[in-house]
Design a protein around this ligand. Structure first.
Ligand SMILES: *[C@@H]1O[C@H](CO)[C@@H](O)[C@H](O)[C@H]1NC(C)=O
Ligand SMILES: *[C@@H]1O[C@H](CO)[C@@H](O)[C@H](O)[C@H]1NC(C)=O
Ligand SMILES: *[C@@H]1O[C@H](CO)[C@@H](O)[C@H](O)[C@H]1NC(C)=O
Ligand SMILES: *[C@@H]1O[C@H](CO)[C@@H](O)[C@H](O)[C@H]1NC(C)=O
Ligand SMILES: *[C@@H]1O[C@H](CO)[C@@H](O)[C@H](O)[C@H]1NC(C)=O
Ligand SMILES: *[C@@H]1O[C@H](CO)[C@@H](O)[C@H](O)[C@H]1NC(C)=O
Ligand SMILES: *[C@@H]1O[C@H](CO)[C@@H](O)[C@H](O)[C@H]1NC(C)=O
Ligand SMILES: *[C@@H]1O[C@H](CO)[C@@H](O)[C@H](O)[C@H]1NC(C)=O
Length: 824
């Protein structure tokens, strides 16, 4: 482990001591991204949404938990339920998404509680619109595992949770009577389509409800169990009953019926406006604690989850168990928190926190099939997470990652395809490729030889990749890819009627082709790692290069020639303005609608034309060589075509490494970090997208950027003077030091002479092959990585990636990622 190893080294003694002294959870700012632009979840998780519109959420959760309990605001957008603003609160609900886009009303937000005072039972304001209340100023507070706020009427709320259960505590200003509403019907999306509620005299309320998923066409059914009688007694129930809309034509006219115990609303084909739930009153107590459990199986299971995970209702014990689970996650990256730059420290640990909220461990909660494998969900969406979330898991969290990969493979086992955007247990919309292929292939590359120790059946994994690469589902808008088109044309044609009868959303041809090529590259990489047949390797190597078939050399924009464009079945290209859907020209439909006729998803041709991480040398060649490529990347940033807030731009600051200019990468990454990110509530440039932004920022801080489905990581220039990465499965702690580290370089535009350029890299004392990339084996190898930095910009530009034969990062076209030497 890191600490015992480094204790023997004088250089790291101080580091170890201080890391031990500081609780890393105290460094997490849970409110980053909870303003209008992050969709993050405070308290215990943070949530933000897709693309050009942004919002975030706050609550309490353990790492990768199914339960994410937090407050919900009345105003949209509120993808994660929470906003750090002055919106009124409609409830404290049990599950949330993390930083996603999709429906701006949000996902989950199911079975909220709400505290009331100063009413008489049959006329209490249970209606969601009437009960909504403001928070007192500056009372929201959160640490990992805990969230609190106080309403203007002085009712304080506190939450903490376990994987599938938790506690919600209300402290009222007087001993009552005090009331709690248990809302059956209002999820965040107001999408109730049937459900039940029952109250048992012993103070147990069981609920089931069917709601629409927030990003897809399906519904899901969830269950909850609330208990209101703690073993300590002391919380006497004075009255209970149910409420419901008097008629569905005026659903806000609500009747409260004392002493009733059951509600039953049959499934409806359309969303019901019904308002219904339970009301309970308590006397002689200022404090009311509710224990909850959630389940996707049954309300009985929700009750047993609560009994199992929160047996003695000990709020402090649950909170401290959650905090220590977080401490364990955060400790996988250690630094000297007392000497590193405080903003970098806060951003690092806050980002590590947000990167570990989803995917979520739904083990035991698979409503559809029995399986020996852990069930994980909230892959919302692989399009967002394949770039940075999964690669960070590969370095720090191999056990979690193996279970997540197994869940992808198990998805294939039961549907025939690797899931892409499964969330709320249902398939969501496929945005581009079936990008779940990328982490699955990446796992084979990184842990293929030890897969059985991690419980991953590797032959199944490979078959899942091949089936997803070869077969076409009846509807490739929910899973899989349009492989009929991809295999017939070697590109994705415009206006083609698929003779197979398979359907999907036919737009986004350019970006889909680019992502299909990366997906095929993931199969190719897995085939090599797993010693599959030379035929497979050749086939998928070949298909990895098919992105070139959508390259129109004749299109010019701002003086630069050659862009990815839509293409008809007869081979003729269809023109769209390459700036369309860039931040400076978003007067187009750029999303999933059938009216998106530019060929790209949530991005422009200007941006997507750079996206071929498997063969960037080809992109440089098509763009006219390094001397055109470098100014073209510069122009892309200068002209405003870069959008920091969405995933297609993630790799761009590192693109210079492929043109032998890592000095420009060092400057660009700093510029992006210090102009786009901060520790404020609007500190994320876009939706956190299930931790995508968070994990990107971790990589930016560490000075690394992962190449998809490969062991290569591009090198930037760290924003820390030293850090240690711990991998518990491999039993390693890898220590990075930055010799000559210069804090004056921690700015958007480092002053001339600031030591931000990489001069040399030594791995375990020996010179590395390149200044531009490092092998994943060395990042998790348990040795030392010494990066020397200097401030001589001219020398750094001349030195480039170094002199060695493999100095440039790999590209398929120039023999990189080779099965016989070089990279595998
Ligand atoms: C809430 O804040 C917004 C923006 O600061 C402001 O315009 C609005 O008046 C505030 N509303 C209330 C109820 O305080
Ligand atoms: C919060 O503070 C602002 C500014 O002082 C004030 O206008 C507003 O009424 C306060 N809101 C509440 C809910 O107390
Ligand atoms: C609500 O429903 C009750 C019972 O049907 C009725 O008497 C009352 O007039 C309704 N109130 C409103 C505001 O519609
Ligand atoms: C929920 O989805 C199932 C499967 O798609 C469908 O059969 C059912 O009608 C839907 N129910 C509701 C209430 O929307
Ligand atoms: C996921 O939950 C299951 C069931 O509790 C547990 O066995 C498994 O270890 C969990 N996974 C992780 C990575 O904690
Ligand atoms: C891929 O295979 C096709 C058909 O055999 C061939 O025409 C094409 O040149 C190959 N592409 C590459 C990049 O090797
Ligand atoms: C590009 O333009 C040239 C000259 O007009 C033409 O010959 C060529 O076919 C065009 N290429 C494509 C791919 O359209
Ligand atoms: C190819 O098809 C497109 C769309 O139907 C058409 O506009 C174009 O003229 C065709 N090109 C040729 C060379 O026939």
């Amino acid at each position: 482990m890191a600490s015992s190893l480094s204790r023997v080294l004088w250089c790291c003694a101080a580091l170890t001591a201080s890391a031990d002294a500081v609780e890393l959870t105290s460094l997490v700012n849970l409110f980053i991204g909870t303003g209008s632009s992050g969709n993050a979840f405070p308290g215990s998780y943070l949530v933000c949404s897709v693309s050009f519109s942004l919002t975030c959420d706050a609550g309490a959760a353990i790492p990768h938990a199914m339960a994410k309990v937090g407050i919900d605001v009345s105003t949209a957008p509120r993808q994660a339920g929470y906003l750090h603003d002055n919106s009124s609160i409609t409830g404290i609900s049990l599950m949330h998404n993390e930083g996603t886009g999709g429906n701006s009303d949000g996902g989950y937000g199911i079975f909220p509680l709400f505290p009331l005072i100063d009413c008489s039972f049959a006329s209490c304001p249970v209606d969601i619109n009437v009960r909504a209340a403001l928070r007192a100023n500056n009372t929201d507070a959160a640490t990992p595992g805990y969230f609190t706020s106080t309403f203007v009427n002085n009712i304080k709320l506190e939450t903490t949770s376990t994987r599938r259960a938790g506690l919600i505590r209300f402290t009222y200003p007087t001993t009552g009577p005090n009331f709690v509403v248990i809302d059956l019907t209002n999820d965040l999306g107001r999408s109730f389509s049937g459900g039940t509620l029952s109250i048992a005299p012993a103070g147990r309320v069981q609920l089931s409800g069917t709601f629409l998923q927030s990003y897809g066409l399906s519904n899901y059914t969830a269950f909850a169990c609330y208990d209101f009688t703690p073993p300590q007694g002391s919380q006497p129930i004075s009255q209970f009953g149910t409420y419901q809309s008097t008629t569905l034509t005026s659903p806000n006219n609500i009747t409260i019926t004392p002493e009733t115990t059951n509600l039953n609303f049959p499934f409806t084909a359309t969303v019901s406006p019904e308002q219904a739930g339970a009301l309970i009153s308590f006397t002689n107590t200022k404090t009311v604690v509710a224990r909850f459990g959630v389940s996707m199986i049954s309300s009985e299971q929700a009750c047993s989850n609560a009994e199992e995970e929160v047996p003695d209702w000990d709020f402090d014990a649950v909170q401290s168990a959650s905090a220590s689970a977080w401490e364990d996650v955060l400790e996988r990256v250690t630094i000297d928190t007392t000497t590193e730059d405080p903003t970098v420290v806060e951003l690092l640990y806050s980002s590590l926190y947000r990167a570990s909220l989803v995917p979520a461990n739904f083990s035991g909660e698979n409503p559809y099939w029995d399986s020996p494998y852990a069930f994980w969900d909230e892959f919302f969406c692989s399009w967002d997470t394949f770039r940075t979330v999964h690669p960070l898991l590969s370095i720090l969290d191999p056990v979690e990652w193996a279970q997540i990969i197994n869940a992808y493979v198990d998805g294939w086992r039961h549907t025939g395809y690797i899931p892409e955007c499964r969330a709320e247990t249902q398939p969501g919309y496929v945005q581009g490729g079936d990008d779940g292929m990328v982490p699955v292939g990446d796992f084979a590359v990184k842990y293929g030889s030890r897969a059985s120790e991690l419980g991953v059946p590797i032959d199944d994994l490979y078959q899942a990749l091949v089936d997803t690469a070869e077969n076409t589902p009846p509807d490739w808008y929910t899973i899989g890819r349009q492989n009929t088109a991809w295999k017939t044309f070697n590109y994705i044609p415009t206006n083609w009627v698929d003779p197979s009868g398979s359907v999907g959303l036919p737009t986004r041809e350019g970006s889909r082709a680019l992502e299909y090529a990366v997906g095929d590259f993931a199969v190719r990489q897995a085939a090599i790692a797993l010693n599959q047949s030379p035929d497979d390797i050749a086939k998928y190597s070949n298909r990895s290069m098919n992105f070139v078939n959508m390259w129109d050399p004749n299109v010019t924009s701002d003086g630069y020639s050659g862009f990815i464009q839509r293409r008809y079945t007869n081979g003729t290209f269809a023109f769209s303005d390459p700036t369309a859907c860039s931040p400076v020209n978003d007067d187009f439909s750029c999303a999933r609608g059938t009216d998106n006729d530019i060929g790209f998803y949530e991005s422009s041709s200007w941006e997507y034309s750079f996206f071929a991480p498997q063969s960037m040398s080809t992109v440089i060649k098509l763009m006219g060589g390094p001397d055109t490529f470098v100014p073209r990347v510069d122009h892309y940033f200068a002209a405003g075509y870069y959008y920091a807030g969405n995933e297609p731009g993630f790799a761009m600051p590192f693109a210079y490494n492929y043109a032998n200019r890592p000095d420009l990468t060092s400057l660009r990454v700093r510029n992006v970090v210090y102009t786009q990110f901060s520790a404020g509530i609007d500190g994320i440039p876009g939706n956190d997208d299930s931790g995508a932004m968070a994990s990107l920022l971790v990589f930016d801080i560490l000075g690394l950027y992962p190449v998809p489905a490969s062991k290569q990581l591009l090198v930037g220039s760290p924003l820390l003077s030293a850090f240690t990465l711990r991998n518990d499965f491999l039993g390693t702690s890898t220590s990075f030091t930055v010799t000559g580290f210069d804090k004056t370089g921690l700015s958007a535009t480092p002053p001339a002479g600031a030591a931000v350029y990489v001069k040399s890299i030594k791995i375990n004392g020996a010179a590395a092959a390149s200044l531009c990339w490092i092998n994943w084996d060395d990042v998790v190898g348990g040795g030392t990585v010494e990066i020397e930095v200097y401030g001589d910009a001219t020398a750094a530009a001349a030195a480039g990636c170094g002199d060695g034969p493999n100095a440039l990062p790999d590209s398929l076209e120039t023999g990189g990622f080779s099965p016989t030497g070089g990279f595998d």
